[in-house]
Design a protein around this ligand. Structure first.
Ligand code: MTE
Length: 374
């Protein structure tokens, strides 16, 4: 069994699949702190967790115009400047279950809004390592930086992804080769001993257990770059999809979610206290979250809690809270709704049907929670 040596996981995690492990934290715990405790951080694995000896581990760096390098963990820690970034990681499939409101089937893990978490990542800048290997970012032959994971399937195919060279080389893009998560070595599930962290970008590009970095004119040829993580028009379905017609998802759209109260909860009739998270891709920090207790007729502005980050480098989510008074005599079903706005004034679509896509990715419609007032 290739899964015989999987790490221990917190029993509180809600497991979506066991082999490979895919699990999300319960929502009330997710909004407990701006930095998600490592053991609560969602896990998205496609393959068994590889066993890597940190002593013999080497990161290979190669490709177009590069001097091939092999770096030990010690080399990385001693030859490059240490850098820390607070960044949210989100799976493109987060909130996939909200496409259920459209009653059209999507294929994928039924994430209930918990495949998102935030950590302080520490390591070295990918940019510094590429510069040390001699990358010339003006070289017209280099357009993408590919990453290969050390996790492999039965046919020895490894997990892979790529990002554009501009993001990789942007000093303000904060792309890291991280060896620490919230001040301790990466846990096995999150990429021990080294992972890529691409702030502001879909989690699928932040390759865990990274073994090789390749500068190339082409994107990664992996299934996950070429096919899986792309979104199409609602009119495109499995019988007429042309995978080459859409770019791979990199930056993700603005989203938010109500984490408390949860669907089906019973609430008091005087006021309702609502809590959740909001995040946007591309470093667009959250500037506002609006919450409604009447399905979107009237709105209350939530109080935001966030780590201070510069404009354009707002990699971390905001947690938010709003207490909404209910009109006297309110009884029965009530719909709570939230929507976020980022610093570019992007906001969320009202419903999921117009953004439906066959893989059920990038679901960012207003989040709706039906409760009962007693
Ligand atoms: N890297 C490797 N090597 N293998 C994987 O399965 N999953 C990707 C990405 N990096 C994956 C990977 C996906 S789809 C996501 S959303 C994030 O890792 C999840 O990171 P986490 O498990 O640390 O939350």
């Amino acid at each position: 069994d290739p899964y015989a040596n999987e790490p221990q996981r917190l029993p509180a995690l809600i497991v979506r699949t066991q082999k490979p492990m895919n699990a999300e934290p319960p929502k009330e715990l997710l909004v407990g702190a701006l930095l998600t405790p490592n053991e609560l951080f969602y896990i998205r694995n496609h393959l068994p967790v590889p066993q890597i000896d940190p002593e013999t581990y080497r990161l290979k760096v190669e490709g177009e115009g590069l001097r091939t390098m092999e770096l030990s963990l010690e080399d990385l820690k001693t030859r490059f400047r240490r850098h820390s970034v607070v960044a949210t990681m989100q799976c493109t499939g987060n909130r996939r279950n909200d496409f259920n409101e459209t009653s059209r089937v999507v294929k994928g893990l039924e994430w209930d809004g918990g495949s998102i978490s935030t950590a302080t990542w520490s390591g070295v800048r990918l940019r510094d390592v590429l510069l040390a290997a001699g990358l010339d970012d003006e070289d017209p032959n280099v357009a993408h930086i590919q990453f290969e994971g050390l996790d492999k399937d039965m046919a020895e195919t490894c997990y892979g992804a790529s990002i554009e060279v501009e993001k990789a080389m942007d000093a303000g893009g904060d792309v890291l080769l991280a060896f620490e998560m919230n001040g301790v070595p990466l846990p096995p599930d999150h990429g021990y001993p080294l992972r890529v962290v691409v702030p502001g970008v879909a989690g699928c590009r932040s390759v865990k257990w990274v073994g090789k970095i390749i500068a190339s004119g082409e994107e990664s040829t992996s299934f996950w770059q070429q096919k899986d993580y792309k979104a199409f028009s609602p009119s495109v379905d499995w019988d007429n999809v042309d995978w080459n017609s859409a770019p791979a998802i990199q930056n993700m759209p603005v989203t938010s979610q109500i984490c408390e109260p949860q669907r089906g909860a019973v609430v008091d009739d005087d006021e309702v206290s609502v809590k959740g998270y909001a995040w946007s891709g591309g470093g667009q920090g959250i500037i506002r979250v609006d919450v409604s207790a009447d399905g979107g007729e009237t709105w209350h502005t939530a109080e935001l809690q966030k780590v201070p980050q510069k404009r354009g480098r707002g990699w971390a989510w905001a947690l938010w809270e709003a207490t909404i008074p209910l009109p006297k005599g309110t009884k029965g079903p009530l719909e709570l709704v939230c929507k976020a706005t980022d610093e570019s004034y992007n906001t969320q679509p009202e419903s999921a049907a117009p953004i439906w896509n066959l893989r059920g990715v990038n679901c960012n419609s207003w989040h709706r929670v039906g409760v009962t007032v007693q």
